[in-house]
Design a protein around this ligand. Structure first.
Ligand code: FAD
Length: 692
């Protein structure tokens, strides 16, 4: 029989492995790993020799469909992969997924009319593009856009596209990114196929909005391109190869290290979303006085790194999945016995990217790289039906995947994660027929979580404070509560550092020492993200801050900074903080610290509190704000800066409304005029939000 290339490679690896074993690995270490994925070699996508012209790239790789994503938290990227997969399996499209950041767009006008481009665009914060979409957006939204073939009236007349946006209706600029891109492409003569879809995270309907949009879109695209639908058969995007010659102890095996530098034990900047700094936690403690809720304060030491921050920036924490969820996942997928097996993962087609470095182990992939805790999507349930342990379960999975109401009735309201869903539907049977590739494709990669830095860079430039409330919520129909991934990990770190009597929260066994004990001595992987949420450059300007709950985080930094400036004899303007929580005796965080700041700032500083559970009527920060109408109106006329931080869904919106009322009354103008004034304040950065 003929050996195919994969066989030869595998054989080669076995031979090399044996050789390495015999030479005690001394030569092996210098061999170039034929399976290593280039993207992780330097902590960044390998750029060398790669074209930034996507039309060329499509040509080279024989693609007729490119799916661009602008993604911040991974959802848009995930949707892009799903569309690529579906386009291929249902319609035979030759699809590729593309990070907007990796291409230039001046050659857009050369895309032949028989090809198609998708844009899956998340809107971030105040209607901004996601980090990876900034360049594309600046290009297409620029005043003098120049396409490669010059400027007729409709330079993009050949360009056909599909668009979907991910937004949140609680923000003012709802889905502005997809709306803008759609408008601009149309302006240059491009033709949209199907509707520009909009998913709403605010209403919690993102997934269903996406599913509802894509069916008519596929129909329109099939009609436009003359595609014929075929029965979708699952084709893996990634090939898994067992690396017989390697063990978890082999030095080239990734056990959760994010890239090659980390594997080799060298931490080198720049530290960013591809390359975290493993930072020591200098100190950690509990901020709440109650037993059943936790809020963690951390001091993260960045002195050993090139990281820097300014007051108001965000820090990203790279979490590790909880041990019991990792175990559950491996158990239900039949991988428990293979958890330490070394495997390489290779993209079976040139434009797909393996989302983590290999060779690695199943354990490391599940623990460090896949978002196994998130609620499972209905579409993924549909994909997995084919691999059910028996016909009965397969029928049930197919029904769940295709019937929205049934899905929500049976599982949706419990927000089951993947392993819990498989347990639930399969009555505990093992799902060992699912190709592992399906999980890599179907689950988002584990995302860093962002936190508003709660310290001042003026006061402590090399130590970053974090204020994180631990997510734990009861879910209807479930015995145990849902526990947030990152915050319970932080809680476990805090408990270990302080030698708390119950070191693992709620029985969740985290691997706190990290891959090869690299996080031991209490470390956490982080990077910093710069923000536009900033104090006025003139410290004499008054500021009004609205920060209930953990929304107080950046304001602790602001006040720490102003208190220090006051001690240095600098003239500091009026500084008012509206803080709210349940009870003064339970979750009033930083109470004694604020007293210290008061000593330094005197009358310049005022803390206005709203305790929602101390009287029969619930009092929130917006009520307190209203009570101070006259003073607020007066401060605003002195050009006070107005800041809101915390809950985007309700609080920020109500504060906005109250502020408009205050302005309307104070200046004797109509409410609609007042709303316009608030809009202008936002545009001028006099009103700044840091909400999530
Ligand atoms: P996750 O696991 O991410 O879950 C988050 C939420 O999703 C849960 O509360 C739950 O409602 C829902 N959920 C997810 N999966 C399931 C499931 N399977 N079942 C049921 N429900 C589910 N937070 C702070 O505490 N302090 C800050 O200063 C702060 N600043 C931020 C600044 C920015 C710019 C942003 C974007 C966010 C900020 N956050 C802050 C929020 C923070 O990033 C995290 O989202 C938060 O800590 C929860 O993370 P987690 O991993 O613990 O929860």
């Amino acid at each position: 029989a003929e050996l195919d290339t994969l066989d030869i490679l595998v054989l080669g690896v076995i031979l090399l492995g044996t050789f390495a074993y015999l030479t005690k690995g001394t030569l092996w270490a210098k061999q170039k790993d034929p399976y290593a994925n280039a993207a992780y070699l330097n902590g960044n996508a390998a750029k060398a020799g790669k074209t930034r012209n996507f039309v060329e790239k499509m040509e080279e790789s024989g693609k007729n469909c490119i799916i661009f994503y602008g993604s911040q938290t991974g959802t848009a990227e995930d949707y892009a992969s799903r569309l690529a997969k579906e386009g291929k399996s249902r319609f035979g499209l030759e699809t590729m997924v593309a990070d907007l950041e990796e291409y230039d767009f001046d050659a857009m006008d050369t895309l032949p009319s028989d090809k198609i481009a998708f844009f899956v665009m998340a809107t971030y914060g105040e209607g901004e593009p996601t980090d990876n979409a900034v360049e594309f957006y600046e290009f297409i939204n620029g005043d003098d856009v120049a396409f490669s073939q010059g400027g007729e009236d409709a330079p993009l007349d050949n360009f056909h596209y599909v668009a979907f946006g991910l937004g949140n209706n609680t923000y003012e600029h709802y889905n502005s990114m997809v709306r803008d891109v759609d408008r601009l492409l149309t302006k240059y003569g491009a033709h949209r196929i199907g509707n520009a879809g909009e998913g709403d995270d605010g209403a919690g309907t993102m997934e269903e909005d996406f599913l509802a949009w894509k069916e008519p879109m596929w129909a329109a695209l099939a009609a436009h391109m003359g595609l014929e639908e075929r029965e979708a058969v699952y084709e893996p995007v990634f090939g898994i190869t067992v690396r017989e010659g390697l063990t978890p102890q082999s030095p080239e095996v990734y056990l959760g290290e994010p890239n090659k530098m980390h594997l080799e034990g060298a931490q080198k900047g720049p530290f960013n979303a591809h390359n975290p700094y493993i930072a020591p936690i200098a100190e950690s403690y509990e901020l709440f006085k109650v037993k059943d809720r936790n809020c963690i304060h951390l001091e993260i030491d960045i002195s050993g790194s090139t990281l820097s921050y300014t007051t108001g920036d965000h820090i990203a924490i790279w979490p590790t999945n909880a041990g019991d969820e990792v175990d559950r996942f491996l158990r239900i997928t039949g991988l428990t016995d293979k958890r330490e097996q070394v495997i390489s993962v290779k993209a079976l087609e040139p434009t797909a990217k393996v989302p983590f470095p290999t060779p690695t182990t199943y354990d490391a992939i599940v623990r460090y790289h896949l978002e196994i805790g998130a609620p499972v999507s209905r579409q993924f349930v549909s994909t997995l039906a084919a691999f059910a342990p028996n016909e009965e379960i397969k029928t049930e999975m197919t029904k769940l995947g295709s019937d929205k109401d049934y899905f929500h009735e049976k599982t949706g309201s419990q927000l089951l994660n993947i392993a819990r869903l498989l347990e639930h539907v399969g009555n505990g049977e093992t799902w060992d027929k699912i190709p592992f590739s399906a999980f890599i494709e179907g689950l988002t990669k584990l995302q860093p979580r962002y936190y508003s830095i709660s310290s001042s860079s003026h006061v402590q430039p090399k130590k970053i404070s974090v204020t994180a409330v631990v997510e734990s919520s009861m879910v209807v129909g479930r015995q145990d509560p849902f526990r947030g991934v990152a915050t319970n990990y932080l809680l476990a770190l805090k408990q270990k550092q302080n030698g708390d009597p119950e070191p693992s929260p709620f029985g969740l066994t985290y691997e706190l020492h990290g891959p090869r004990n690299k996080y031991d001595g209490i470390h956490v992987p982080v990077h910093v993200r710069h923000s536009n949420f900033k104090l006025p450059s003139d410290p004499a300007k008054p500021i009004i801050m609205i920060g209930p709950g953990t929304g107080v985080a950046p304001f602790r930094g602001f006040i720490q900074e102003r208190a220090q400036q006051a001690r240095e004899g600098i003239n500091v303007g009026r500084t008012i903080l509206f803080f709210g929580c349940r009870k003064s005796t339970e979750d009033f965080m930083y109470e004694s610290e604020f007293e210290e700041y008061k000593k330094a700032l005197g009358d310049k500083f005022e803390l206005v509190t709203a305790f929602s559970r101390e009287s029969s009527k619930k009092v929130y920060v917006q009520h307190r704000l209203k009570e101070r109408s006259a003073e607020i109106s007066d401060l605003l006329s002195q050009k006070a800066f107005f800041y809101v931080c915390g809950d985007a869904a309700n609080m920020a919106r109500e504060v906005n409304t109250v502020l408009a009322q205050i302005i309307a009354e104070g200046r004797g103008v109509s409410e609609s005029k007042a709303e316009e004034i608030v809009k202008n304040m936002r545009a001028a950065n006099q009103y700044q939000e840091d909400v999530w």
